[in-house]
Design a protein around this ligand. Structure first.
Ligand code: GLU
Length: 304
């Protein structure tokens, strides 16, 4: 299995580099706009911690919204099912930063993976303590899940987003107006921007994803029932308004970020991290989505 997979991933890497169809990097966060889209890396962790990689699997990138999987895991650990009093669990069918459904639904975001929902999750993690402590909890979770201390926040990316994050600022204030934000908007926003600015490589992210995949050999940090909930949400809401298309093409739970990362979970079988910073029209990694589709077809890992 490992050798066949290795051969497949190297072929995929070569094919992607030859195609040149990279998509466009996110330009609304100036620090991300400077990144060369023509990059690709993939890491697959199999049961027993066997690792297979290709391309720039050790290159660190901004995990952005992939962090929302782990902030939700922290919060589920902290308050369990109470999470759902403040945020829903339905696909949004809208862009990641949309404000539309918030008005219709009286300030209760559709799910924890759109920006409004992630702000609520972060807000609850901050409640009653300092933002620094909430961030330390998310980082510590990632470090323990990856069994790697060398995971940090890129402060320049956090600053860059804070300076230009007008939509998120609007969302936080709107949530506050509905009484669904416990902290001052700037506290929750500052924490959220820093959480999104965590930098990881594909190898680190795939190792952290082992706890979501419930892989044999993974650190025992997340109750199986919680992992199941997170996987269901990743399947339905992990790619914003492109979630249906991603499930159709790939058939696996996954979460994307505007830094071009995708965490892809084959429950019980593999944890996969893919990175290619050029995005498609939905704001998901263009070549990352393609690689996920090819990998799922090759391995037959689709849950359907
Ligand atoms: N930090 C980004 C934002 O809030 C995350 C979006 C994403 O990765 O999809 O706009």
């Amino acid at each position: 299995m490992t050798e066949t997979l290795e051969r497949f991933l190297h072929g995929l890497d070569a094919e992607i580099r030859a195609s040149g169809d990279w998509g466009r990097v996110a330009d609304y966060i100036p620090e991300l706009a400077r990144i060369d889209p023509a990059q690709f890396g993939i890491a697959v962790v199999l049961p027993g911690n066997r690792l297979v990689t290709a391309g720039q699997a050790d290159q660190r990138f901004s995990i952005q919204s992939v962090s929302k999987v782990f902030s939700l895991a922290c919060l589920l650990g902290r308050i369990g099912e109470q999470v759902w009093t403040r945020v829903g669990r339905e696909p949004s069918g809208r862009r990641f930063d949309s404000i539309l459904t918030l008005e219709e639904e009286q300030g209760r975001p559709r799910n924890p993976f759109i920006n409004a929902g992630a702000l609520v999750v972060t807000d609850e993690l901050v409640a009653g303590r300092r933002p620094k402590e909430a961030l330390a909890e998310i980082l510590a979770f990632l470090q323990a899940a990856a069994e790697d201390e060398d995971i940090h926040i890129d402060k320049a990316v956090a600053r860059s987003e804070a300076e230009t994050g007008f939509r998120n600022i609007a969302l936080a204030n709107y949530l506050k107006s509905f009484g669904n934000l416990k902290n001052a908007p700037e506290l929750t926003l500052g924490t959220y921007f820093h959480q999104c600015a965590i930098e990881m490589s594909c190898v680190q992210l795939a190792r952290a994803g082992r706890v979501i995949a419930g892989l044999p050999g993974a650190p025992a940090m997340l109750a199986p029932v919680k992992a199941r909930r997170i996987n269901a949400l990743m399947m339905m809401c992990g790619h914003y308004d492109g979630s249906g298309d991603f499930a159709f093409r790939v058939g696996l739970p996954a979460k994307s970020g505007v830094g071009g990362g995708i965490l892809l979970i084959a429950p019980g079988r593999a944890s996969v991290a893919i990175w290619s910073p050029g995005l498609n029209g939905y704001g998901n990694s263009q070549m990352g989505s393609y690689a996920a589709e090819r990998l799922a077809r090759e391995t037959n890992w689709s849950v359907f």
